[in-house]
Structures are given as C-alpha cells and as structure tokens.
Design a binder for this molecule. Sequence first.
Ligand code: FES
Ligand code: FES
Length: 160
Amino acid sequence: MARARKRISLNVNGTDYSIEANPYDSLNWILREELGLTGTKRGCDTGGCGSCTVMVDGKAIYSCMYPVVKAAGKTVETIEGLSEEGDHPLQSAIVRNSALQCAYCGPGIIMSAKSLLDSNPTPTETEVREALVGNICRCTGYGKVVKSILEASIEIAKSR
Ligand code: FES
Ligand code: FES
C-alpha cells in the first residue's frame, strides 16, 4: 500500500525549504535529487562509508540512513554551506596538504570535522581520529587529513 507523501519544512545552509517527501525518502536523496546539493555524496547507501555525512542541528549524521521527515524543523548543513569559494579553513588545509586523492570521501570527512570543531575547537589528534571513525577513505589514508584538521583548528582559533 502506497504511503502518503508528507510536506515538511527544513533549513539547509541558511535557506528555508518546504518539500514534499515520501516517508522512506532519505535526507541524502532529497539533498541531491530535489535540492541539487550534490556535494554530499552517496557511496554505500547503507551506513557503512560516511561519504554522505552532513550536519543536522550541529551533529554529523549519515544522510543516507536519515529519513528526511526526521529533519523537519531542523537545520541541515552540507559541504556547500561551508564557504562560497571552497576556502573554509578545513577545505584550504586539505588542499594545501594534498590530503585527498579521488576526494569522494572529502565532503563527508569535512562535515565530520566541522561538527567536531564546532563543539571542540581545539581537539587532540586522538579526538580528530575518533571523530573520523565513521568516514572511510580508500585512497590516501588519514595522516594528511588529520594533519589538515588540526591545522584548520589552529587557523579558526586564531581568527576568533
Ligand atoms: S553513503 Fe551513507 S554511509 Fe555510505
Ligand atoms: S580520497 Fe578517495 S576515498 Fe578518500
């Protein structure tokens, strides 16, 4: 039996949206297919890789596993919301350090890092590694990514 579509409101990167969604639509599907925000990736689609990570009310979540109806009335932040020019300190540090290869994992890693730095502006290396535990990179490994996040944390702290 088909279930009724539901109208919900949510805020994505500072913009209010009112959308109609099926109860089983994921936030990932709506971001990419309805709102055109393809910076958020879809990898495994089963909660195993982290490439779809976005922030909901400040917390990093897997958007492939998150029903969009759960985001009603909430604030969503995606990679597109970080900066107009792709020059947020996290992005700049990752580019400067050549920390990614194919970069498919990048938006998810960066959003996990953003969530960490918003709640813990001066994390230790261990805390950074713990924050990335749900983000899988199959190309470059994590050394330069962790270095980049620690550098970005210093840069953000200086600019405060
Ligand atoms: S696409 Fe969501 S965890 Fe892999
Ligand atoms: S750089 Fe290719 S998956 Fe991370």
